[in-house]
Design a protein around this ligand. Structure first.
Ligand code: ATP
Ligand code: PRP
Ligand code: MG
Length: 394
Protein backbone atom coordinates (compact mmCIF):
# COMPACT_ATOMS: atom_id res chain seq x y z
CA UNK A 1 0.00 0.00 0.00
CA UNK A 2 2.78 2.43 0.86
CA UNK A 3 4.27 1.76 -2.56
CA UNK A 4 1.10 2.70 -4.36
CA UNK A 5 0.51 5.67 -2.05
CA UNK A 6 -3.26 5.71 -2.29
CA UNK A 7 -5.28 8.53 -0.80
CA UNK A 8 -7.80 7.39 1.74
CA UNK A 9 -10.74 9.62 2.19
CA UNK A 10 -13.67 8.93 4.37
CA UNK A 11 -16.66 9.56 2.17
CA UNK A 12 -19.52 8.09 4.20
CA UNK A 13 -20.02 6.61 7.57
CA UNK A 14 -19.71 3.11 6.23
CA UNK A 15 -17.42 3.47 3.26
CA UNK A 16 -14.03 4.79 2.27
CA UNK A 17 -13.05 5.88 -1.17
CA UNK A 18 -9.63 4.73 -2.20
CA UNK A 19 -8.33 6.78 -5.10
CA UNK A 20 -5.36 5.95 -7.22
CA UNK A 21 -3.98 8.36 -9.77
CA UNK A 22 -5.87 6.67 -12.60
CA UNK A 23 -9.02 5.32 -10.98
CA UNK A 24 -10.94 5.10 -7.77
CA UNK A 25 -13.17 2.57 -6.07
CA UNK A 26 -15.06 2.14 -2.84
CA UNK A 27 -14.77 -0.46 -0.12
CA UNK A 28 -17.44 -0.88 2.47
CA UNK A 29 -16.31 -1.68 5.95
CA UNK A 30 -18.72 -2.43 8.71
CA UNK A 31 -16.78 -2.08 11.93
CA UNK A 32 -14.38 0.33 13.59
CA UNK A 33 -11.01 -0.16 12.10
CA UNK A 34 -7.55 1.35 12.03
CA UNK A 35 -6.49 2.52 8.63
CA UNK A 36 -3.08 3.55 7.58
CA UNK A 37 -3.23 6.67 5.46
CA UNK A 38 -0.46 7.52 3.07
CA UNK A 39 -0.02 10.88 1.44
CA UNK A 40 1.82 11.55 -1.78
CA UNK A 41 4.75 12.63 0.37
CA UNK A 42 4.99 9.16 1.89
CA UNK A 43 3.99 10.56 5.27
CA UNK A 44 2.19 7.82 7.11
CA UNK A 45 -0.32 8.43 9.87
CA UNK A 46 -2.61 6.17 11.80
CA UNK A 47 -6.18 7.29 11.90
CA UNK A 48 -8.58 5.62 14.26
CA UNK A 49 -11.38 5.80 11.76
CA UNK A 50 -15.00 5.39 12.78
CA UNK A 51 -16.80 3.36 10.20
CA UNK A 52 -19.91 2.37 12.11
CA UNK A 53 -22.99 4.43 11.52
CA UNK A 54 -23.54 4.14 15.27
CA UNK A 55 -21.34 5.95 17.77
CA UNK A 56 -19.72 4.33 20.78
CA UNK A 57 -22.13 4.15 23.68
CA UNK A 58 -21.40 6.31 26.68
CA UNK A 59 -23.44 8.66 28.80
CA UNK A 60 -21.05 11.61 29.00
CA UNK A 61 -20.23 14.13 26.34
CA UNK A 62 -16.48 14.52 25.95
CA UNK A 63 -14.73 17.84 25.35
CA UNK A 64 -11.04 17.78 24.41
CA UNK A 65 -8.88 20.66 25.60
CA UNK A 66 -5.15 21.26 24.92
CA UNK A 67 -3.15 19.60 27.69
CA UNK A 68 -0.18 21.93 27.33
CA UNK A 69 1.46 24.44 25.03
CA UNK A 70 0.35 27.81 23.72
CA UNK A 71 -3.38 27.14 23.67
CA UNK A 72 -3.77 25.50 27.09
CA UNK A 73 -3.92 28.45 29.49
CA UNK A 74 -5.95 30.71 27.17
CA UNK A 75 -8.51 27.94 26.66
CA UNK A 76 -9.03 27.54 30.41
CA UNK A 77 -9.25 31.34 30.74
CA UNK A 78 -11.93 31.57 28.06
CA UNK A 79 -14.01 28.88 29.76
CA UNK A 80 -13.58 30.60 33.11
CA UNK A 81 -14.68 33.94 31.63
CA UNK A 82 -17.81 32.17 30.38
CA UNK A 83 -18.51 30.86 33.91
CA UNK A 84 -17.47 27.38 32.81
CA UNK A 85 -14.41 26.90 35.04
CA UNK A 86 -12.69 23.57 34.63
CA UNK A 87 -12.11 21.73 37.88
CA UNK A 88 -8.87 19.82 37.52
CA UNK A 89 -7.47 18.25 40.67
CA UNK A 90 -3.87 18.54 39.44
CA UNK A 91 -2.24 19.42 36.12
CA UNK A 92 -1.13 15.83 35.46
CA UNK A 93 -4.65 14.48 35.72
CA UNK A 94 -6.02 14.34 32.21
CA UNK A 95 -9.73 14.12 33.01
CA UNK A 96 -11.65 16.99 34.60
CA UNK A 97 -15.13 18.38 35.09
CA UNK A 98 -17.00 21.61 34.45
CA UNK A 99 -19.53 21.68 37.32
CA UNK A 100 -21.99 23.84 35.32
CA UNK A 101 -22.18 21.15 32.62
CA UNK A 102 -22.95 18.01 34.55
CA UNK A 103 -23.10 15.64 31.57
CA UNK A 104 -19.72 16.76 30.21
CA UNK A 105 -16.27 15.27 30.73
CA UNK A 106 -13.16 17.28 29.90
CA UNK A 107 -10.18 15.36 28.52
CA UNK A 108 -6.81 17.08 28.23
CA UNK A 109 -4.97 16.03 25.09
CA UNK A 110 -2.34 17.33 22.68
CA UNK A 111 -4.09 19.48 20.03
CA UNK A 112 -3.43 17.11 17.14
CA UNK A 113 -4.77 14.20 19.21
CA UNK A 114 -7.94 16.15 19.92
CA UNK A 115 -8.63 16.25 16.17
CA UNK A 116 -7.74 12.59 15.73
CA UNK A 117 -9.99 11.58 18.62
CA UNK A 118 -12.88 13.62 17.28
CA UNK A 119 -12.55 11.63 14.08
CA UNK A 120 -12.34 8.32 15.88
CA UNK A 121 -15.40 9.11 18.01
CA UNK A 122 -13.46 9.19 21.29
CA UNK A 123 -14.19 12.90 21.73
CA UNK A 124 -17.33 14.82 20.77
CA UNK A 125 -16.15 18.43 21.05
CA UNK A 126 -12.76 20.10 21.12
CA UNK A 127 -10.99 23.43 21.27
CA UNK A 128 -7.85 23.76 19.13
CA UNK A 129 -6.33 26.04 16.48
CA UNK A 130 -7.94 26.05 13.05
CA UNK A 131 -4.51 25.11 11.64
CA UNK A 132 -4.59 21.86 13.63
CA UNK A 133 -8.16 21.06 12.56
CA UNK A 134 -7.25 21.69 8.93
CA UNK A 135 -3.99 19.75 9.00
CA UNK A 136 -5.11 16.70 10.96
CA UNK A 137 -8.78 16.75 9.93
CA UNK A 138 -7.78 16.70 6.26
CA UNK A 139 -11.16 18.01 5.14
CA UNK A 140 -13.05 15.18 6.83
CA UNK A 141 -16.74 16.06 6.68
CA UNK A 142 -17.41 14.73 10.16
CA UNK A 143 -15.65 17.77 11.63
CA UNK A 144 -17.82 20.84 12.07
CA UNK A 145 -16.50 24.20 13.18
CA UNK A 146 -19.06 25.40 15.72
CA UNK A 147 -17.30 28.67 16.64
CA UNK A 148 -14.62 29.88 14.26
CA UNK A 149 -13.25 32.86 16.18
CA UNK A 150 -12.51 32.33 19.86
CA UNK A 151 -10.19 35.31 19.78
CA UNK A 152 -6.87 33.81 20.88
CA UNK A 153 -4.11 31.67 19.36
CA UNK A 154 -3.96 34.01 16.35
CA UNK A 155 -1.36 33.05 13.79
CA UNK A 156 -1.05 32.29 10.09
CA UNK A 157 0.40 29.39 8.19
CA UNK A 158 2.70 31.11 5.78
CA UNK A 159 5.37 30.34 3.22
CA UNK A 160 8.71 32.07 3.84
CA UNK A 161 11.91 32.31 1.82
CA UNK A 162 15.36 33.78 2.49
CA UNK A 163 15.83 37.52 2.09
CA UNK A 164 19.19 36.91 0.43
CA UNK A 165 20.76 35.16 -2.58
CA UNK A 166 18.52 34.06 -5.45
CA UNK A 167 15.44 35.11 -3.45
CA UNK A 168 16.52 38.72 -2.93
CA UNK A 169 14.06 40.09 -5.51
CA UNK A 170 11.36 37.47 -5.08
CA UNK A 171 8.38 38.88 -3.20
CA UNK A 172 5.35 36.89 -4.30
CA UNK A 173 4.22 33.31 -4.77
CA UNK A 174 3.87 33.97 -8.48
CA UNK A 175 7.48 35.17 -8.72
CA UNK A 176 8.62 32.15 -6.73
CA UNK A 177 6.68 29.79 -9.02
CA UNK A 178 8.17 31.44 -12.11
CA UNK A 179 11.79 31.07 -11.01
CA UNK A 180 13.64 29.00 -13.63
CA UNK A 181 15.59 27.16 -10.92
CA UNK A 182 12.77 24.69 -10.09
CA UNK A 183 12.71 21.64 -12.33
CA UNK A 184 11.79 17.96 -12.03
CA UNK A 185 15.42 17.21 -11.23
CA UNK A 186 15.84 20.12 -8.85
CA UNK A 187 12.51 20.95 -7.22
CA UNK A 188 11.85 23.70 -4.68
CA UNK A 189 12.59 22.18 -1.26
CA UNK A 190 10.10 23.18 1.44
CA UNK A 191 10.50 22.29 5.11
CA UNK A 192 7.23 22.07 6.99
CA UNK A 193 5.34 20.33 9.76
CA UNK A 194 2.18 20.72 7.66
CA UNK A 195 2.57 17.78 5.34
CA UNK A 196 -1.10 17.70 4.34
CA UNK A 197 -1.82 21.42 3.87
CA UNK A 198 1.58 22.20 2.33
CA UNK A 199 1.37 19.94 -0.74
CA UNK A 200 -2.33 20.75 -1.17
CA UNK A 201 -1.62 24.49 -1.25
CA UNK A 202 1.28 24.15 -3.69
CA UNK A 203 -0.76 21.97 -6.01
CA UNK A 204 -3.71 24.36 -5.90
CA UNK A 205 -1.38 27.23 -6.81
CA UNK A 206 0.24 25.46 -9.71
CA UNK A 207 3.66 24.89 -8.14
CA UNK A 208 4.53 21.50 -9.51
CA UNK A 209 8.24 21.09 -8.90
CA UNK A 210 8.17 21.00 -5.11
CA UNK A 211 9.32 18.50 -2.52
CA UNK A 212 8.70 18.60 1.19
CA UNK A 213 10.75 17.63 4.18
CA UNK A 214 9.57 17.69 7.74
CA UNK A 215 10.93 18.36 11.22
CA UNK A 216 9.39 18.84 14.64
CA UNK A 217 10.55 22.41 15.22
CA UNK A 218 13.02 25.21 14.57
CA UNK A 219 12.19 24.99 10.87
CA UNK A 220 13.47 28.51 10.29
CA UNK A 221 17.00 27.10 10.45
CA UNK A 222 16.48 24.86 7.42
CA UNK A 223 17.32 27.37 4.62
CA UNK A 224 20.52 28.59 6.29
CA UNK A 225 21.52 24.98 6.95
CA UNK A 226 21.07 24.25 3.24
CA UNK A 227 18.35 21.69 3.93
CA UNK A 228 15.49 23.64 2.30
CA UNK A 229 14.86 26.60 0.00
CA UNK A 230 11.67 27.70 1.77
CA UNK A 231 9.71 26.93 4.90
CA UNK A 232 5.99 26.67 5.57
CA UNK A 233 5.28 27.32 9.23
CA UNK A 234 3.11 29.24 11.68
CA UNK A 235 3.88 32.91 12.12
CA UNK A 236 2.45 35.26 14.71
CA UNK A 237 4.78 38.13 15.66
CA UNK A 238 7.15 37.41 12.77
CA UNK A 239 10.17 37.58 15.09
CA UNK A 240 11.43 34.07 14.35
CA UNK A 241 11.39 34.72 10.60
CA UNK A 242 13.14 38.07 11.02
CA UNK A 243 15.81 36.64 13.30
CA UNK A 244 16.56 33.96 10.73
CA UNK A 245 16.74 36.28 7.71
CA UNK A 246 13.54 34.99 6.17
CA UNK A 247 10.57 36.86 4.67
CA UNK A 248 6.94 36.09 3.91
CA UNK A 249 5.72 36.59 0.37
CA UNK A 250 2.55 37.95 -1.19
CA UNK A 251 0.05 35.17 -1.78
CA UNK A 252 1.99 32.83 0.50
CA UNK A 253 -0.50 32.63 3.37
CA UNK A 254 -2.08 29.19 3.39
CA UNK A 255 -4.39 29.77 6.33
CA UNK A 256 -5.28 32.39 8.95
CA UNK A 257 -5.77 30.60 12.24
CA UNK A 258 -7.13 31.15 15.73
CA UNK A 259 -8.71 28.95 18.37
CA UNK A 260 -11.98 27.32 17.32
CA UNK A 261 -14.66 25.11 18.85
CA UNK A 262 -14.94 22.01 16.72
CA UNK A 263 -17.36 19.10 16.97
CA UNK A 264 -17.97 15.69 15.51
CA UNK A 265 -21.06 15.88 13.31
CA UNK A 266 -21.91 12.31 14.18
CA UNK A 267 -21.77 13.04 17.92
CA UNK A 268 -23.96 16.14 17.58
CA UNK A 269 -26.58 14.20 15.67
CA UNK A 270 -26.48 10.92 17.54
CA UNK A 271 -25.23 11.45 21.06
CA UNK A 272 -27.97 12.25 23.55
CA UNK A 273 -27.50 15.72 25.01
CA UNK A 274 -24.53 16.63 22.78
CA UNK A 275 -26.41 19.23 20.77
CA UNK A 276 -27.93 20.87 23.87
CA UNK A 277 -24.55 21.05 25.59
CA UNK A 278 -22.98 22.49 22.44
CA UNK A 279 -25.75 25.08 22.28
CA UNK A 280 -25.05 26.16 25.84
CA UNK A 281 -21.28 26.37 25.31
CA UNK A 282 -21.77 28.26 22.05
CA UNK A 283 -24.21 30.73 23.61
CA UNK A 284 -21.84 31.42 26.50
CA UNK A 285 -18.88 31.88 24.15
CA UNK A 286 -20.82 34.18 21.84
CA UNK A 287 -22.24 36.25 24.68
CA UNK A 288 -18.82 36.70 26.26
CA UNK A 289 -16.90 37.34 23.04
CA UNK A 290 -19.43 39.88 21.77
CA UNK A 291 -19.29 41.72 25.07
CA UNK A 292 -15.47 41.77 25.04
CA UNK A 293 -15.42 44.27 22.22
CA UNK A 294 -17.96 46.68 23.76
CA UNK A 295 -18.42 49.17 26.56
CA UNK A 296 -21.66 50.37 28.10
CA UNK A 297 -21.84 54.14 27.93
CA UNK A 298 -24.24 56.14 30.07
CA UNK A 299 -24.65 59.89 29.75
CA UNK A 300 -27.09 62.59 30.76
CA UNK A 301 -28.56 64.93 28.22
CA UNK A 302 -30.84 67.91 28.47
CA UNK A 303 -33.95 67.65 26.30
CA UNK A 304 -37.66 68.27 25.81
CA UNK A 305 -38.71 64.65 25.37
CA UNK A 306 -37.21 61.16 25.09
CA UNK A 307 -37.92 61.16 21.32
CA UNK A 308 -36.17 64.48 20.80
CA UNK A 309 -33.08 63.24 22.69
CA UNK A 310 -33.11 59.94 20.77
CA UNK A 311 -33.26 61.84 17.49
CA UNK A 312 -30.24 63.90 18.48
CA UNK A 313 -28.31 60.78 19.52
CA UNK A 314 -29.13 59.00 16.27
CA UNK A 315 -27.65 61.83 14.19
CA UNK A 316 -24.24 60.59 15.37
CA UNK A 317 -22.81 57.52 13.56
CA UNK A 318 -21.01 56.03 16.58
CA UNK A 319 -23.97 56.24 18.97
CA UNK A 320 -26.45 53.82 17.44
CA UNK A 321 -25.85 51.12 20.09
CA UNK A 322 -26.82 47.51 19.44
CA UNK A 323 -30.43 48.24 18.50
CA UNK A 324 -30.60 51.96 19.22
CA UNK A 325 -30.22 54.10 22.33
CA UNK A 326 -32.17 53.50 25.53
CA UNK A 327 -33.43 56.90 26.66
CA UNK A 328 -34.93 57.30 30.16
CA UNK A 329 -36.15 60.45 31.91
CA UNK A 330 -34.14 61.61 34.93
CA UNK A 331 -36.71 63.06 37.33
CA UNK A 332 -35.99 65.87 39.73
CA UNK A 333 -38.19 68.00 41.95
CA UNK A 334 -38.22 71.69 41.15
CA UNK A 335 -40.49 74.20 42.96
CA UNK A 336 -42.37 71.23 44.41
CA UNK A 337 -43.00 69.80 40.93
CA UNK A 338 -41.49 66.60 39.53
CA UNK A 339 -40.04 67.27 36.08
CA UNK A 340 -37.70 65.56 33.63
CA UNK A 341 -35.34 68.15 32.18
CA UNK A 342 -32.62 65.55 31.69
CA UNK A 343 -32.60 62.19 30.02
CA UNK A 344 -30.17 59.35 30.63
CA UNK A 345 -29.03 57.56 27.53
CA UNK A 346 -27.53 54.07 27.61
CA UNK A 347 -25.75 52.61 24.60
CA UNK A 348 -23.17 49.94 23.82
CA UNK A 349 -20.19 51.21 21.86
CA UNK A 350 -17.34 49.26 20.30
CA UNK A 351 -14.20 49.64 22.40
CA UNK A 352 -12.31 50.86 19.35
CA UNK A 353 -14.82 53.68 18.87
CA UNK A 354 -14.91 54.73 22.52
CA UNK A 355 -13.24 58.12 22.33
CA UNK A 356 -15.02 59.03 19.10
CA UNK A 357 -18.32 58.16 20.80
CA UNK A 358 -17.52 60.34 23.82
CA UNK A 359 -16.70 63.24 21.49
CA UNK A 360 -19.95 62.74 19.59
CA UNK A 361 -21.92 62.59 22.85
CA UNK A 362 -20.38 65.84 24.01
CA UNK A 363 -21.09 67.45 20.65
CA UNK A 364 -24.83 66.86 21.11
CA UNK A 365 -24.90 68.05 24.72
CA UNK A 366 -24.06 64.87 26.65
CA UNK A 367 -22.55 65.28 30.09
CA UNK A 368 -21.47 63.02 32.95
CA UNK A 369 -20.39 60.24 30.59
CA UNK A 370 -19.92 56.95 32.47
CA UNK A 371 -18.17 53.98 30.87
CA UNK A 372 -18.54 50.44 32.24
CA UNK A 373 -17.29 47.08 30.99
CA UNK A 374 -19.81 44.68 29.52
CA UNK A 375 -19.69 41.05 30.59
CA UNK A 376 -22.14 39.24 28.30
CA UNK A 377 -24.40 40.09 25.39
CA UNK A 378 -27.01 37.39 24.87
CA UNK A 379 -28.88 37.79 21.61
CA UNK A 380 -32.23 36.18 20.91
CA UNK A 381 -30.47 33.52 18.91
CA UNK A 382 -26.87 33.42 17.79
CA UNK A 383 -26.23 33.35 14.04
CA UNK A 384 -23.65 30.61 14.61
CA UNK A 385 -26.30 28.35 16.16
CA UNK A 386 -28.55 28.77 13.14
CA UNK A 387 -25.56 28.07 10.92
CA UNK A 388 -24.72 24.91 12.88
CA UNK A 389 -28.27 23.58 12.60
CA UNK A 390 -28.24 24.19 8.89
CA UNK A 391 -24.86 22.42 8.50
CA UNK A 392 -26.38 19.48 10.38
CA UNK A 393 -29.42 19.57 8.13
CA UNK A 394 -31.76 20.15 11.10
N1 ATP B 1 3.55 31.66 16.89
C1 ATP B 1 2.91 30.51 16.95
N2 ATP B 1 3.56 29.39 16.66
C2 ATP B 1 2.94 28.21 16.73
N3 ATP B 1 1.66 28.04 17.07
C3 ATP B 1 0.95 29.14 17.35
C4 ATP B 1 1.55 30.42 17.32
N4 ATP B 1 0.63 31.31 17.67
C5 ATP B 1 -0.48 30.63 17.90
N5 ATP B 1 -0.31 29.32 17.72
C6 ATP B 1 -1.36 28.28 17.89
O1 ATP B 1 -0.88 27.38 18.89
C7 ATP B 1 -0.89 26.04 18.42
C8 ATP B 1 0.38 25.37 18.83
O2 ATP B 1 0.40 25.22 20.17
P1 ATP B 1 1.48 24.21 20.76
O3 ATP B 1 2.84 24.68 20.37
O4 ATP B 1 1.16 23.99 22.15
O5 ATP B 1 1.03 22.99 19.87
P2 ATP B 1 1.44 21.52 19.83
O6 ATP B 1 0.51 20.91 18.82
O7 ATP B 1 1.46 20.97 21.22
O8 ATP B 1 2.86 21.60 19.22
P3 ATP B 1 3.89 20.46 19.27
O9 ATP B 1 3.14 19.15 19.27
O10 ATP B 1 4.66 20.70 18.01
O11 ATP B 1 4.66 20.70 20.52
C9 ATP B 1 -0.92 26.12 16.92
O12 ATP B 1 -1.59 25.01 16.38
C10 ATP B 1 -1.61 27.44 16.65
O13 ATP B 1 -2.99 27.23 16.53
O1 PRP C 1 6.13 34.63 14.55
P1 PRP C 1 6.64 34.23 15.88
O2 PRP C 1 5.95 34.94 17.00
O3 PRP C 1 8.13 34.33 15.99
O4 PRP C 1 6.24 32.69 16.12
C1 PRP C 1 6.49 31.74 15.14
C2 PRP C 1 7.31 30.61 15.66
O5 PRP C 1 6.69 30.01 16.80
C3 PRP C 1 6.55 28.61 16.56
O6 PRP C 1 7.66 27.91 16.97
P2 PRP C 1 7.81 27.38 18.46
O7 PRP C 1 8.04 28.53 19.38
O8 PRP C 1 6.61 26.54 18.77
O9 PRP C 1 9.11 26.54 18.42
P3 PRP C 1 9.41 25.19 17.62
O10 PRP C 1 9.18 25.48 16.17
O11 PRP C 1 10.84 24.91 17.91
O12 PRP C 1 8.51 24.13 18.15
C4 PRP C 1 6.45 28.50 15.04
O13 PRP C 1 6.84 27.19 14.63
C5 PRP C 1 7.42 29.55 14.58
O14 PRP C 1 8.72 29.04 14.54
MG1 MG D 1 9.02 27.16 15.27
Amino acid sequence: MSLLQPYFQQCASTAFSISFPSHSFYVSVSKRTFISCCSSQSQTALVDAPVDSKIAERDEIRLGLPSKGRMAADTLDLLKDCQLSVKQVNPRQYVAQIPQLSNLEVWFQRPKDIVRKLLSGDLDLGIVGLDTVSEYGQGNEDLIIVHDALDYGDCRLSLAIPKYGIFENINSLRELAEMPQWTVEKPLRVATGFTYLGPKFMKEHGLNHVIFSTADGALEAAPAMGIADAILDLVSSGTTLRENNLKEIEGGVVLESQAVLVASRKALIQRKGALDTTHEILERFEAHLRALGQFTVTANMRGGSAEEVAERVLTQPSLAGLQGPTVCPVFCKRDGKVTADYYAIVICVPKKALYKSVQQLRAIGGSGVLISPLTYIFDEETPRWRELLSKLGI
